[in-house]
Ligand binder design. Structure first.
Ligand code: G6P
Length: 314
């Protein structure tokens, strides 16, 4: 009897790669059943959980660059509170009357267990791991809520002074689907009262603290002095977080439209149960690059990709 050939999927890429830990030179890749730890000879490291493919740590010479709540669940029971949770296919809350309406806040990517697909080292001394997610990895309830034939490949690349995250979305089905995607990066900062965010001046933003009303940014350097939750539309690709004249981070996006700026501040953290210590809002700012202000439409048998490079100026 003739068997029908399955179409190759992007999730097949790298699936034949060895699942053992490897060490070439001093580049280290260590895996256990829950996470992958990457490290470079320069002293940079990154840890990624299979749950949500969430980057929970990024260090340069022992200095942690991501904020992670001490009370965060790390077992997939709840989205990680900190690091880089991945928002897909909806930037919450899911709007009523759309195909994502019954999905959880920020979608299912950040609470699903991803597959480790493969790893690579390049000559420039960087190291990369790829994770995959498809309907096969979703629980029945989630699959029924968003019944599309999709594939995601998420790549995390560690370099000496930067961390790159890239996502490829594949539509393997016969109908188009709409999605949002966003890299919800919690940058660790010395003190929220002394930093400024540059690159968003004159843009239109939706202020979620003011009922989603639209405003125009008028600050060259945005200071965070109260609860901040803004979606800046059609943002330029490079955003800088600085302390005075000193740049701390540059967040550079590729293929993504918008930037969300979030700090829940002292009043906001009181409503977030897994936020610890409460004072931690002083040491973080979320600069989140994504495509969220409008749906991204993906036609059948097509792929889309977008990514972010986080550079630390140390
Ligand atoms: O609490 P979470 O579901 O992780 O969402 C945390 C935050 O994510 C984004 O930054 C949104 O703009 C905020 O409105 C939201 O509060």
């Amino acid at each position: 009897m003739a068997t029908q050939k399955r179409k190759p999927s992007i999730l097949d890429i790298g699936s034949a790669a060895s699942k053992e830990s490897s060490s070439h030179g001093s580049i280290q890749i260590a895996e256990d059943s829950q996470s992958v730890l990457l490290s470079l000879p320069s002293g940079a490291s990154a840890k990624v959980l299979l749950y949500g493919a969430t980057v929970v740590s990024w260090k340069i010479k022992d200095r942690e660059l991501l904020w992670l709540s001490e009370a965060s669940a790390l077992d997939g029971s709840k989205a990680v509170r900190g690091g880089i949770p991945l928002v897909f296919p909806v930037f919450g809350p899911p709007p009523a009357g759309t195909p994502v309406e019954s999905l959880p806040q920020h979608g299912f990517a950040r609470t699903s267990k991803w597959n480790l697909l493969g790893r690579a080292e390049d000559e420039e001394g960087s190291v990369r791991v790829d994770f995959g997610l498809s309907p096969d990895s979703l629980d029945g309830e989630t699959k029924a809520k968003w019944a599309y034939d999709f594939g995601l490949i998420y790549s995390v690349t560690l370099r000496e002074s930067s961390l790159e995250t890239k996502i490829v979305v594949q539509n393997s089905g016969s109908g188009a689907f709409d999605f949002n995607v966003l890299f919800h990066t919690y940058l660790r900062i010395p003190d929220v009262s002394t930093i400024g965010v540059q690159g968003l001046n004159s843009l239109t933003y939706r202020d979620k603290t003011l009922g989603g009303t639209e405003h125009q940014e008028s600050s060259e350097v945005i200071k965070i002095t109260s609860q901040t939750d803004r979606v800046y539309k059609s943002a330029p690709d490079a955003i800088t977080v600085s302390e005075g004249d000193k740049p701390l981070y540059t967040v550079t996006k590729t293929g993504l439209e918008d930037v969300v700026l979030w700090n829940p501040y002292s009043d906001g953290v009181e409503k977030i149960g897994d936020w610890q210590p409460k004072e931690g809002y002083k040491n973080m700012v979320c600069v989140e690059a994504g495509s969220v202000a409008q749906w991204q439409t993906l036609e059948p048998q097509s792929t889309w990709e977008g990514g972010v490079t986080h550079k630390a100026h140390l």
